[in-house]
Ligand binder design. Sequence first.
Ligand code: RP5
Length: 206
Amino acid sequence: MTRSAEIQELIDLFEAEAARDRPEEATPDVGIVMGSDSDLDTMYGAYEALTELGFEEVTDYDDPPESRFTFETFVVSAHRTPELMYVYGETARERGLDVIIAGAGGKSADLPNMTASIAYPIPVVGVPVQEKSVDSVIGMPTGAPIVAVDAGKSFNAALSAVQILSRGHPELESRLVEYHDGLQDDVGAVSKRLHAEGTERFRADR
Ligand code: RP5
């Protein structure tokens, strides 16, 4: 298999980053990969959850954002760019990633489970981009783990990723608790309004 120039450039970037000795605070904590940019709308939930929890996106390794917690995003296709997938997973630890969120669609959604095997022991949260991708993402053999969410649930994938990170970072635990408290407040507020307004008026005003 020959490597295209574009793929070689990405491989060089990952290998160069792996060889650098950047401080932990300057490297992305979470890696988001998806099999195609056609997956991006579905995977956008991971971006939303991470930014809601105060993470910022790294778009230039030499000029990382201010935030202590950051993530990076790439398209990596298991079938069309297997070498890129391999290097991405193989260099993940040296590049500073602590957890990876990987999404793919179709019936042969191999990026999440292959990345989980290559990047092991870094945890990978798999996102089946479509219903028909669920079996492919979660069907790992004994001894080869993956954490996975339901089809399309990339927002939850990011929450799971932050839960994993939070075991070593108490400030992330506080942010997760605050987020969850907000959900409780939302339900509480709507419940009080439904009760106070009655069903007909509540439905009409929704
Ligand atoms: C999968 O094939 C990708 O994850 C995507 O969901 C699907 C279709 O990809 P495109 O043909 O839109 O690039 O590998």
